[in-house]
Design a protein around this ligand. Structure first.
Ligand SMILES: Nc1nc2c(c(=O)[nH]1)N[C@H]1C(S)=C(S)[C@@H](COP(=O)(O)O)O[C@H]1N2
Ligand SMILES: [Mo]
Length: 320
C-alpha cells in the first residue's frame, strides 16, 4: 500500500530519545516488560529457528473452506514471497528478506480493556485449547491482487469466550508487535505504529473470523504474521493484523492504523466491495497471484451468503 504520509525518514535522523520513547511505549503496550528483560536474544533466535517449517499436528479440515474443485490454492512460494508487512519494509519482498529477524517464541497475547480481568495467554496455551483447522479462504488486497490461502487456525470466538468480556465491549482492537530492534521499519513514520486493526464485536464473533497460526499445514512463516494473525476473509487483507501481541475490547468504534493514515481512503469496515472504488485502485477486478487474466471481485469477497446480514440496512457506500 501507499506512502501517503510523509516520506519515510532515515533511521539516523530520528533522535535517540524518540527511539527510546517508542521502545518504551512498545514494551508498555505489549505488556512485555518482564519478558523483554528476561529473554536472552540468542535463546529467542534459537526458538524461532526451531519453529521454521514445523508441521502442525492434528489439523482438522473445515467445512468453511472453499471448494477445491472451484478454487485452487495459491502456491506456497507466492503466499510467502509476496507480502505486505510494513514493519519490515515497503516492498512486497521486504518481509521475505527481513522477517527472519522476528523472534516468535516465547510470545504472549495480552487480552484487556472491557474484560472482567486482563489475561495473558501464551501462544502455546492458546494452541492447546484451540483445535487447529485448515481453512482455505480467499484473500483480497485493496491494491488489486488476491490469493487462496490454506490457513491453519481456529475461530477467534473461541478466544473471546475465554476472555470474560463486559457488557460494554462493542468493538475489538488487534495490536501488532512494534519492536524497532526486530522490525527496522517501525523506526520510520510510514504508519502510526503499532499497526492496529479493529472489528465490531459481532464481526469478531462470526464463525468465519479466525486467528491463524499456520498455512499449508506448517507453522506460520514470519512474513505472514507469526505466531498469530487475524484473518477476516470478507474484508480487505489489511484488516488481518499480523504478529498480534494485544487484543483489546472497547466500547466505541476505534481508529485503526489505516483510518488514521487516510480516512478518505480506508473506512472502518473495509468489506470487499466491487462497487466502491478506492480513490487510487478500482475494486471491480482483481488478479490472483500466479494468474494472468483478471477476475471479477465478488461482493464480500464471495462470502455474502454468510456475512451480508451483519450489515443489513447499512449504506455500504457510507460505511465503506
Ligand atoms: N502488522 C501488520 N499486519 C498486516 C500488514 C502490515 O503491514 N503489518 N499488512 C496488511 C496487508 S495490507 C495485507 S494485504 C495482509 C497481507 O497478508 P499476507 O502477507 O500474509 O498475504 O496483511 C495485513 N496485515
Ligand atoms: Mo493489503
Amino acid at each position: 500500500m501507499p506512502v501517503y504520509r510523509s516520506t519515510p525518514i532515515a533511521p539516523s535522523e530520528i533522535t535517540g530519545a524518540a527511539l527510546y520513547a517508542r521502545r518504551r511505549d512498545f514494551i508498555k503496550a505489549a505488556g512485555l516488560g518482564a519478558i523483554a528483560g528476561a529473554l536472552g536474544v540468542r535463546a529467542g533466535l534459537a526458538a524461532a529457528e526451531q519453529e521454521r517449517g514445523k508441521r502442525i499436528e492434528g489439523i482438522v479440515k473445515s467445512s468453511f473452506s472453499l471448494d477445491p474443485l472451484n478454487e485452487k490454492a495459491t502456491p506456497f512460494d507466492k503466499i510467502t514471497g509476496y507480502n505486505n508487512f510494513y514493519e519490515f519494509g515497503p516492498d512486497k519482498d521486504s518481509p521475505l528478506k527481513h522477517a527472519h529477524r522476528l523472534r516468535t517464541r516465547p510470545w504472549t497475547v495480552l487480552v484487556e480493556g472491557e474484560v472482567k480481568r486482563p489475561l495473558t495467554f501464551s501462544v502455546e496455551d492458546i494452541l492447546k485449547w484451540a483445535l487447529p483447522e485448515e481453512r482455505v479462504y480467499r484473500m483480497r488486497c485493496v491494491e488489486g491482487w488476491s490469493m487462496v490461502v490454506p490457513w491453519v487456525g481456529f475461530p477467534l470466538n473461541e478466544l473471546i469466550k475465554r476472555a470474560e468480556i463486559t457488557g460494554n465491549a462493542k468493538f475489538v482492537e488487534f495490536w501488532s508487535l512494534a519492536d524497532p530492534e526486530q522490525m527496522p521499519y517501525v523506526r520510520t513514520p510510514f504508519l502510526d505504529w503499532p499497526y492496529t486493526e479493529a472489528l465490531r464485536l459481532d464481526e469478531a464473533m462470526h464463525p468465519l473470523t479466525i486467528l491463524a497460526a499456520g498455512l499449508y499445514g506448517e507453522v506460520l512463516p514470519n512474513q505472514n504474521g507469526a505466531p498469530l494473525r487475524l484473518v477476516v476473509p470478507w474484508k480487505y487483507g489489511f484488516k488481518g493484523a499480523k504478529s498480534i501481541v494485544k487484543i483489546r475490547f472497547v466500547a466505541r468504534q476505534p481508529q485503526t492504523v489505516w483510518t488514521k493514515a487516510g480516512p478518505d481512503e480506508y473506512g472502518f469496515y473495509s468489506n470487499v466491495n466491487p462497487d466502491v472504488d478506492h480513490p487510487r485502485w478500482s475494486q471491480a477486478t482483481e488478479r490472483r497471484l500466479g494468474e494472468f487474466f483478471k477476475r471479477k471481485t465478488l461482493p464480500f469477497n464471495g462470502y455474502a451468503g454468510q456475512v451480508a446480514q451483519l450489515y443489513a440496512g447499512m449504506d455500504l457506500r457510507k460505511f465503506f
